[in-house]
Design a protein around this ligand. Structure first.
Ligand SMILES: Nc1ncnc2c1ncn2[C@@H]1O[C@H](COP(=O)(O)OP(=O)(O)OP(=O)(O)O)[C@@H](O)[C@H]1O
Ligand SMILES: [Mg+2]
Length: 567
């Protein structure tokens, strides 16, 4: 809910925003207002005979099909009750408009909430059935054909009362023959297994660009913003993609209050916070670029070749959409760093998924979490979706069935099928250390555009990493000898090189001087690298990767290295 800040310009109140913004964006009234105009989510051609009805989105058309096919129960997963209301209003209007002329009975649109009871939006008749059991009784006594939106009903489906489940089953069975469709709306999916077959789950996608443009124009009108360049408007709409209509409206309003214009960076910052609230996704801001990575030349070339993959030019050229990249390798060799850089190369936002948090305790919650992640990523698209330490998120899917009732296997299945079918420009970049934990279907040929293996850095790569790390920590590489440091640090990963340099910084700081090659050499002597302590695992990973994944470093470099060593 927007609080209008004290510094709001005269005459611009929340109420005026409500009056001027499209209804689906800021309908604060709990009652549906049948006379209000509806802003379609996606405009589509009106159906024959439906000239007076509101335009219908693809989802609206799907709901119509469900209603016509006699589906008694639908579950719309969406945090946007107002958009759902508007959509169902359009649905009912269309249903009535396309009805057989000989059929005199029209579909009624009713809604229910614990506070308002059951309200018929046409006749304004209210039945004070505030309890879910009373509601079901009222629905069963309802004579007309109806689309009934149930607002708070999902809250009663968590650990449901057996009487409620039985009654709901009976009402659904009856509704099938009486042309009544019950539509539960909830911000999350709560469906006990007893009702899974009775109720069809329908995803309600986040608003598309067209709808967000409507929200922006509403705010511009309310705030009296004139002359905002179309390019700036589009940037603001892009920055808001992935938000609900209310969140977008709030972000635009905040931006106006803070900057007196609509500033995309303010909207983007608000979006980062809104996305983070879900606990599953985070928008990562990164300043890293290809120059921040030492070595890994093959992978860098591969990425560079795809830098325009998300442009219209690539689409016009007929390039198939880029699917994703899997980076496998030894810990600390720059896999996460490369994932961050991928988004920077493509020039798109980076969304990091905390795969471990996908899993929820309730039945179906993990799948619902994945669906919400996909929805957000597709709404923000073009973007990179980063699955870090993939094996940790999918742990259990190999032995699934015995350990977690098949949840991780189902989540993996949904992820894989989305990856192979997705049309939205979402590039998946995944990283993993331990392939033995990864389910084989994830490693199947063709699953990814490429699978790269990142080995310990060779001498030339170490030299580049030393230079990068010295510079990164505010020192001049010319004051050191990166060639010698590279030779002295064989077997160290990039992150170990960084750790050694930081160690020498601490030493020097303690002595109130600046670090020298000698300090680094001392720190190196005490350092035990992972390549020593985990030599067996590293060799096993190398053996696995041979022939399965592309080496992120070109063999030419290794040959040159060999020649250098031989000399
Ligand atoms: N090739 C590299 N070039 C420059 N810096 C590197 C390189 N590899 C690692 N680093 C440094 O090490 C840090 C940690 O690397 P990163 O997190 O990318 O490793 P990782 O392969 O993802 O490790 P893990 O498997 O433990 O997650 C980086 O932030 C960077 O400072
Ligand atoms: Mg990592």
């Amino acid at each position: 809910m927007v609080r209008v800040p004290v510094s709001t310009p005269d005459g611009w109140t929340r109420e005026s925003r409500i009056a001027t913004a499209p209804p689906h964006t800021t309908t604060t009234t709990t009652n549906l207002n049948p006379s209000s105009t509806i802003m379609p989510i996606t405009k589509s051609k009106p159906r024959p005979g439906s000239d007076n009805a509101s335009s219908l989105s693809d989802l609206g058309a799907r709901i119509i099909h469900y209603v016509q096919a006699g589906y008694p129960g639908l579950y719309l997963v969406s945090p946007e009750e107002q958009r759902v209301e508007a959509e169902l209003k359009a649905v009912t209007e269309h249903l009535n408009a396309i009805m057989d002329k000989t059929d005199k009975t029209k579909y009624a649109l009713c809604y229910w909430s614990v506070v308002d009871g059951l309200v018929n939006t046409e006749t304004k008749q209210v039945i004070n059935a505030n309890d879910p059991l009373e509601l079901l009784q009222a629905i069963s006594e309802h004579k007309e054909k109806a689309v009934i939106l149930l607002k708070d009903f999902h809250l009663f489906l968590q650990d449901p009362n057996p009487i409620l489940v039985r009654k709901l089953k009976d009402v659904l069975l009856e509704a099938k023959t009486k042309q009544k469709t019950l539509i539960v709306v909830g911000c999350r999916l709560v469906l006990p297994p007893e009702l899974e077959r009775e109720i069809t789950v329908v995803e309600f996608a986040l608003p598309g660009k067209e709808a967000l443009r409507g929200v922006l124009h509403g705010i511009m009108e309310s705030a009296g913003i004139k002359g905002l360049a179309v390019e700036q408007q589009e940037k603001a709409v892009d920055a808001a993609s992935g938000l609900t209509t209310i969140e977008a409206e709030n972000a635009f309003a905040l931006s106006f209050v803070q900057t007196r214009i609509i500033e995309p960076s303010v909207v983007a910052r608000e979006k980062a916070q809104a996305v983070k609230k879900s606990g599953l996704l985070e928008i990562i801001e990164t300043r890293e670029s290809l120059d921040s990575i030492g070595g890994l030349d093959v992978m860098k070339d591969w990425l560079l070749k795809r830098r325009n993959a998300f442009t219209q030019r690539a689409v016009d050229y007929g390039l198939p959409p880029a699917k994703g990249l899997l980076i496998i390798g030894i810990a600390g060799t720059g896999k996460s760093l490369s994932a961050k850089v991928t988004a920077q190369v493509f020039g798109v936002p980076l969304l990091k998924l905390d795969a471990g948090r996908l899993y929820g305790g309730l039945v179906g919650q993990s799948e619902a979490n994945l669906r919400s992640v996909i929805q957000t990523a597709e709404a923000i698209a073009p973007c990179c979706l980063w699955l870090d330490e993939l094996e940790k998120g999918l742990a259990g899917s190999k032995s699934s069935g015995s350990t977690d009732g098949g949840t991780s296997a189902r989540v993996l299945g949904s992820l894989l099928s989305w990856m192979s079918e997705k049309t939205a420009p979402v590039f998946v970049v995944a990283t993993a250390n331990d392939v033995s934990q990864l389910p084989p279907e994830l490693l199947r040929a063709g699953r990814w555009d490429s699978m790269f293996f990142v080995d310990l850095p060779n001498v030339e790569e170490r030299q580049a990493i030393w230079t990068i790390q010295i510079r990164k920590h505010g020192r001049n590489p010319a004051d050191f000898d990166p060639v010698q440091l590279a030779r002295a640090s064989e077997g160290l990963t990039g992150s170990e090189i960084e750790a050694v340099f930081v160690e020498s910084l601490y030493d020097a700081f303690d002595r109130d001087t600046q670090p020298t090659d000698l300090d680094i050499a001392r720190a190196l002597t005490d350092f035990v690298p992972l390549s020593k302590t985990m030599a067996k695992q590293i060799n096993a990973l190398r053996t696995w990767a041979t022939g399965r994944a592309r080496c992120a470093t070109s063999p030419a470099l290794s040959e040159r290295r060999l020649r250098k060593f031989a000399a």
